[in-house]
Design a protein. Structure first.
Length: 401
């Protein structure tokens, strides 16, 4: 069986049993026969080839459709094993899938354009699935759908998300009269935190109408609506000048082709003494196609950039990188907390959205968590227009109270 041969060449850490639809079993990697062995059971014969040709798509797709079962463990356990950095966590999966992915990357680069209309449709696809999904999994204090900052791995999700917001505030070095643009404001947790702590006026923008409606209602409820204003608008359509610009978890929705457009627009919107903070997922691998499962089922139009793509386009825009901070071993804990909370509400989700959705969402959160242990991280990048805009000659203003 070709699939078993490929797996046995790649799996160097741990092991599992691969069970075909005809019940034939293969030992993959280092299998301890004295224990209940983690088992990947294929329920259709054509999966033998599908998982060779494009495993990045078909493993998740066939799992949530019920054509793949995990025995003696969970999909989370299997993905953490298969995506371990000594297994498939770094580098190409196999030559066949590498060729197909290279063709996909070329085709995607030529044909996919995150223009304003497409960007709005893509945002609505993910963020308008249902408010209850995010009620079930996100933190209760700030409703943050981006990487938290765990000073201690035993902290609550609420505390870790507050840590993240506080870190961003310190890097922005805000003053009460600053005008702030929050690009991709989500449900408004950051803008509310900025106003509460500093008193700034914040303009938040998103392409998901449900998020903007939530932001406006929350601002009225907290009597912040005189200082916080929100719009359903593409960043390319924004006018005016802002002393501070922040975007958290937004660039992942921007094709690498449009990174230059994004940073040039930031340059246009910033005052001469302004500063922008970008908080984005990035890959440690060379530029490659987006994950086909995530692109098809979770974030259409999304693409995780690489550091080289980010820095090249910042340089071309005329902006200067004044700070570059990598957050490693934080998003996996965030995703694990979201998954735990979501699965506690799995029965509610199954009743409303179906069992396929629950399995799909579990695969999404589990696979992303595993990837953040091997080839994904988060960068926080501060950019300015000139040297005089840097808040201080040292970084003490961020880390010393």
């Amino acid at each position: 069986m070709l699939l078993a041969k490929i797996l046995n060449k790649k799996i160097k850490f741990g092991g599992f049993i691969l069970e075909e639809a005809n019940l034939k079993k293969h030992s993959i990697g280092l299998v301890n026969s004295d224990k209940n062995i983690l088992t990947l059971k294929l329920l259709k014969k054509n999966l033998n080839w599908k998982l060779v040709l494009l495993p990045e798509l078909y493993l998740g797709e066939e799992y949530f459709k019920g054509n793949i079962e995990i025995k003696n463990g969970s999909i989370y356990d299997f993905l953490y094993l298969i995506l371990h950095r000594e297994n498939f966590g770094r580098g190409k999966v196999n030559p066949l899938s590498a060729i197909l992915n290279s063709l996909r990357y070329s085709l995607s680069f030529l044909t996919k354009h995150n223009l304003i209309g497409a960007s709005k449709r893509n945002a609505m696809h993910h963020y308008s699935r249902g408010e209850d999904i995010y009620d079930w999994m996100l933190d209760k204090d700030h409703r943050q759908y981006s990487c938290a900052y765990f000073k201690d791995i035993n902290e609550t999700l609420e505390q870790a998300q507050t840590n993240k917001l506080e870190l961003i505030l310190r890097k922005l070095n805000l003053k009460p009269n600053d005008t702030v643009l929050d690009i991709g404001c989500g449900w408004g947790g950051l803008s509310r935190y900025i106003h509460k702590k500093i008193g700034c006026q914040v303009h938040g923008i998103s392409l998901a109408p449900n998020q903007i409606e939530y932001c406006k209602n929350k601002a009225r409820e907290l009597r912040m609506d005189n200082a916080l204003n929100y719009s359903v608008i593409d960043y390319r359509q924004v006018k005016g000048k802002f002393r501070r610009i922040v975007n958290v978890g937004f660039l992942e929705h921007t094709s690498p082709k449009f990174l230059g457009v994004f940073f040039s627009k930031v340059n246009e919107l910033l005052t001469d003494d302004g500063l922008c903070l970008t908080h984005t997922i990035a890959s440690v691998e060379p530029p490659a196609p987006s994950n086909p499962f995530i692109e098809k089922w979770i974030f259409p139009g999304g693409k995780v950039p690489t550091p080289s793509q980010l820095t090249k386009n910042i340089e071309k825009s005329g902006l200067i990188i004044s700070g570059f901070h990598s957050l490693i071993d934080h998003y996996n804990y965030t995703l694990d907390a979201w998954r735990e909370r979501f699965l506690k509400n799995a029965n509610k989700a199954k009743e409303k959205y179906g069992e396929d959705f629950v399995r799909m969402w579990d695969f999404y959160l589990s696979s992303c968590s595993a990837a953040f242990k091997s080839n994904l991280l988060v960068h926080q990048i501060e950019t300015v227009k000139n040297f005089e805009s840097v808040p201080s000659r040292t970084r003490d203003y961020i880390y010393i109270k």
